[in-house]
Design a protein around this ligand. Structure first.
Ligand code: GTP
Length: 598
């Protein structure tokens, strides 16, 4: 079958530039969704996505468009997540396309993620159709955006399509550009089945659904297929396309985007980026670019109520079925009891998982301070990976510790360049170069330890640039650093939940900061409580909480009974939610507050 009338494309944009709104307009214009089906932002199906305004999972859709040349084209739109945590999913989706629509907000102009996503698209050799969206806004600055397109991304202004996803202006021009500027999928030469998996989801009724782009050959129900990464074979139960609902078809052919359902148990059985081939007549090599994704950020997640452990375990298993990038394994903490060490792609991914545990599974959880994964060479030559401060060997057993680095791209108004450079230095980073984007903005490229951008870097950047700064990052390997483990002792007992791996130069200030915070959140006990930060047994910071007076009602002079009772009840209530560490009772909120604010 000819692929001449098929176009596969993605939409890429900086967050909030209008990708979801534009996708919806395209679906409406091609009558892919009827008004009744329509809800605002149809493509963002998950509640949480809608609330956070971000696209997490890619949802492909097949549309039919009758072009000005009189022919009807099949257009497959592959949605891509906009956030850097999911850049692996972005590049997989792009690998399934020939073209990409690059949206730039007419008022905001080119931003950090516009560039990052455009580089991903260019790496895949895609044809880019630039669209300037939101031209209806009074603050739209077309001449400025044209200049940025030409100067920063080397796209001639004549190529850009002016549009408003809100009012519908330019939608037909975009569809025509998809048909006329983007190439059709390449015909296959040997006709052997090669289907690229660019996503997979778990459906409670149908099991694992793999989203595929058929690069060559064809796949149909009843065929036996093999996956390269696991070397497992499966029988195909169903194939189909997205309209956007899943719709069964007889076959998927070269150039098609659709889904395959085989008899798999968990989303982890199929790896994103892998290739399906025909067991009877296999291709020799998988499609390029298969790479396993590894979590980069780790944190302990513990049930607030320890009797919820089994329920939490079941919830995590369910989450993983749908999200192979999320990992978990059981661990225990002296302070927090039994829980799990979890791995995430980044901080946003971590936040989403925690939020889903709360909302979808009604779990009340405490998470420990996020950590990155360290490479450690021991003095006996053994190499190990450390994702949890508690398993770091003793200092005398360590020859070298290496930490993960990221290359950051930060776009800011030029006025703030001094402050932002200072922030990068404070976070142990280095500026590689700065580039002028236009009259008002500069782009800083630099390298930073991943651990330093984990907690508050983006917030600091936003507040010091009054919200105008934007950043993106990519992983940039490992580098040796002078890192040590810092422990916290409360009344002489080490509290493992507060241990962290820090740079030696920062240990003292971090220790002091944490000790002060703990002093504020731990209530007075019947005796004086010492809070100490130590490195290898040596105390580097110390605070103490003075003993309280025995009778909590003593200060309620005047004998107001209700007030007294309230106070006693409050004390009782407080006791229930305390963790006893040695002789000291620490309220759960203390863990949450201290760990949260870094
Ligand atoms: P992410 O999924 O978070 O990356 O965002 P997005 O790029 O999908 O942006 P979305 O479509 O959610 O649009 C962001 C905001 O811009 C929403 O409030 C839209 O209503 C608004 N918006 C989108 N297109 C237009 C437009 O053409 N004009 C105006 N005035 N507003 C628009």
């Amino acid at each position: 079958m000819s692929t001449n009338l098929t176009r596969n494309f993605s939409i890429i944009a900086h967050i909030d530039h209008g990708k979801t709104t534009l996708s919806d307009r395209l679906l409406e214009y091609t009558n892919t969704i009827s008004d009744r089906q329509k809800q605002d932002q149809l493509l963002d199906a998950m509640d949480l996505e809608r609330e956070k305004g971000i696209t997490i999972k890619s949802h492909p859709v097949t549309m039919h468009y009758r072009a000005k040349d009189g022919k009807t084209y099949k257009l497959n739109l592959l949605d891509t997540p906009g956030h850097v945590d999911f850049s692996y999913e972005v590049s997989r989706s792009l690998a399934a396309c020939e073209g990409a629509i690059l949206i730039v907000d007419a008022a905001q102009g080119v931003e950090a993620q516009t560039l990052a996503n455009m580089h991903l698209a260019m790496d895949q050799g895609l044809t880019i159709v630039p669209v300037i969206n939101k031209i209806d806004l009074p603050s739209a600055n077309l001449p400025g955006v044209y200049r940025q397109l030409e100067d920063v991304v080397c796209i001639p202004r004549e190529e850009a399509i002016k549009a408003s996803a809100k009012t519908g202006v330019g939608i037909e021009d975009i569809l025509e550009a998809i048909v006329t500027r983007m190439p059709p999928p390449r015909e296959s030469e040997d006709n052997l089945l090669r289907a690229l998996v660019f996503d997979s989801v778990y459906d409670a009724y149908r099991g694992v659904v793999s989203y595929v782009r058929v690069v060559s050959g064809q796949v149909k129900r009843g065929m036996r297929v093999r996956l390269f990464a696991t070397d497992e074979t499966y029988e195909v139960k169903e194939v189909g396309v997205f309209t956007p609902k899943m719709q069964r078809t007889d076959t998927l052919e070269t150039g098609d985007v659709g889904y395959i359902i085989a008899n798999m148990k968990s989303a982890a059985d199929v790896k994103i980026g892998d290739t399906y081939t025909d067991t009877a007549n296999p291709c020799k090599e998988p499609l390029a670019g298969f790479k396993e994704i590894h979590p980069m950020v780790f944190s302990g997640i513990y049930p607030v109520d320890s009797s919820d452990f089994e329920a939490l375990k079941a919830a995590m298993a369910k989450l993983q079925i749908n999200d192979a990038a999320f990992t978990y394994s059981a661990e225990s903490s002296i302070a927090l009891g039994f829980g799990f060490r979890c791995g995430f792609l980044g901080l946003l991914h971590m936040e989403i998982i925690q939020e889903r545990l709360r909302r979808e599974f009604n779990m009340d959880v405490i998470s420990t301070y996020p950590s990155v994964i360290y490479e450690v060479t021991r003095t006996d030559g053994e190499e190990m990976l450390v994702d949890n401060p508690s398993i770091l060997p003793e200092p005398q057993e360590i020859q070298e510790i290496r930490e993960p680095l990221v290359r950051v791209f930060i776009m800011i108004p030029g006025d703030y360049i001094g402050d932002v450079m200072q922030l990068i230095l404070e976070k142990r980073g280095a500026v590689e170069h700065t580039e002028t984007i236009d009259d008002t903005r500069v782009m800083i490229t630099g390298t930073l330890p991943l651990a330093e951008i984990l907690v508050d870097f983006n917030d600091k950047l936003k507040s010091m640039t009054r919200g105008y700064g934007s950043m993106d990052y990519e992983h940039a390997g490992y580098r040796a650093a002078n890192l040590i483990k810092m422990d916290m002792m409360i009344a002489g007992e080490p509290v493992d939940a507060f241990s962290m791996i820090v740079h030696r130069d920062k240990a003292e200030s971090r220790g002091r900061e944490l000790a002060t915070k703990l002093k504020d959140v731990i209530p007075k006990q019947l005796f004086t409580v010492a809070i100490q930060a130590c490195i290898g047994g040596k105390i580097i910071a110390r605070e103490s909480i003075s003993a309280m007076r025995k009778n909590v009602t003593a200060k309620c002079y005047g004998g107001d009974v209700t007030r007294k009772r309230k106070l006693l009840e409050k004390q009782k209530e407080g006791k229930k939610r305390m963790k006893a560490i040695g002789r000291v009772n620490i309220p759960q909120e203390a863990f949450i507050r201290v760990l949260k604010s870094g």
